[in-house]
Design a protein around this ligand. Structure first.
Ligand SMILES: *Cc1c(COP(=O)(O)O)cnc(C)c1O
Length: 331
């Protein structure tokens, strides 16, 4: 099986912004992009993206999960990066059109079609370090993906990082390239030095998130996760899991979680921890490394609550459970 995100459908949907307006979107070859080497995004990181999925149901129909929320977040990222305003109807239509175009290629569950809308500032102007690009490209790539959990779920090992941070605090809620570049060195160091899978960024002892997923602590019937502020990414999977948890009668506590509290609760036998994100769905966390010591979370294995929440989410996505929250858009 090819690595996640390395296989692409041969065409994408693409639209250009120039002269103060969006041009009509086209479907074009997805293997090349013609760009001036002085393009704003390449120098000043005016770039953001989204990640969402389309699922195939047993009757062959195809459904996009939480399309509206991903488009909304793309609009927000674009606005916070001073990119041209993304038109909601335009982007929704581009996503639906390209998924429809490759409807037959959407893998069956547990696979799915990963959708990657991208927005980049293209104006060739290297003197514009301190001003916005007036031209941009918006395009939607598709990448068929298999079962993330093929071969079983191995609980992750996270390095608890209290010194550094993932990105500048005012940039955290933007799904923007620069933030991933900013987190890359700490993550590579954590892998090399500790054999960690990911870094759990906890600036000043405040448990935030990892490089590309949100963090949830599950203690009995309670889920604890950081309340939304501008310092971290507002995951749509996070929101979906919390909604399902409330619906199941669990207590959802969105509040500050300190590293001290995390480490104390982690040592209780029934505690579970997990990462949430579109790619990883809900992945168990088995251990935490802090001050060169390894702390096992609960039993160190995937817990029953994590399993149950992931199953409920998957069943909605796969059309095996009623979509009571109206999260699916049929293409
Ligand atoms: C994309 C992302 C998430 C997860 O968001 P979802 O909407 O659940 O996919 C969390 N943290 C970061 C930094 C991300 O980039």
């Amino acid at each position: 099986m090819a690595a996640f995100g390395t296989v692409f459908m041969p065409e994408m949907s693409i639209a250009q912004y120039r002269d103060g307006q969006w041009q009509s979107p086209r479907i074009s070859a997805a293997d090349t992009l013609s760009l001036h080497p002085g393009a704003h995004a390449l120098h000043y990181a005016s770039t953001c993206f989204e990640g969402l999925k389309a699922f195939k149901h047993a009757d062959g129909s195809v459904h996009i999960f939480r399309l509206d929320q991903n488009v909304k977040r793309m609009r927000q990222s674009s606005e916070l990066l001073a990119l041209p305003e993304v038109d909601t109807a335009l982007l929704e239509q581009m996503i639906v059109d390209i998924v429809k175009h490759f409807k037959r290629d959407v893998p069956e569950p547990p696979g799915s079609m990963y959708i990657r809308p991208t927005h980049i500032g293209t104006e060739p102007a290297i003197g514009k370090a301190a001003s916005a690009a007036t031209q941009s490209l918006l395009y939607v790539l598709l990448s068929p993906v298999g079962d993330y959990f093929a071969g079983g779920t191995r609980p992750l090992k996270l390095l608890v990082e209290t010194d550094g941070m993932r990105c500048a605090p005012h940039m955290g809620m933007i799904k923007s390239g620069g933030n991933y570049a900013s987190a890359l060195n700490p993550i590579m160091r954590a892998r090399a030095q500790y054999g960690a899978d990911q870094v759990l960024f906890c600036p000043n002892g405040d448990v935030q998130e990892t490089g590309a997923a949100n963090f949830l602590l599950i203690d009995g019937d309670e889920i604890i996760t950081k309340d939304l502020d501008s310092s971290f990414l507002h995951g749509i999977t996070r929101d979906s899991i919390l909604t399902i948890a409330k619906d199941m009668g669990m207590k959802v506590s969105e509040r500050a979680l300190s590293v001290d509290e995390l480490l104390e609760r982690a040592q209780k036998p029934k505690t579970e921890a997990a990462l949430s994100g579109t790619a990883a769905v809900l992945t168990p966390v088995g251990s935490l490394i802090h001050n060169d010591q390894t702390i096992t979370v609960g039993t160190g294995e995937e817990g029953t609550q994590t399993q149950q929440l992931r199953r409920a989410l998957n069943e909605i996505q796969w059309g095996q459970r009623e979509d009571t929250f109206g999260w699916l858009t049929t293409v």
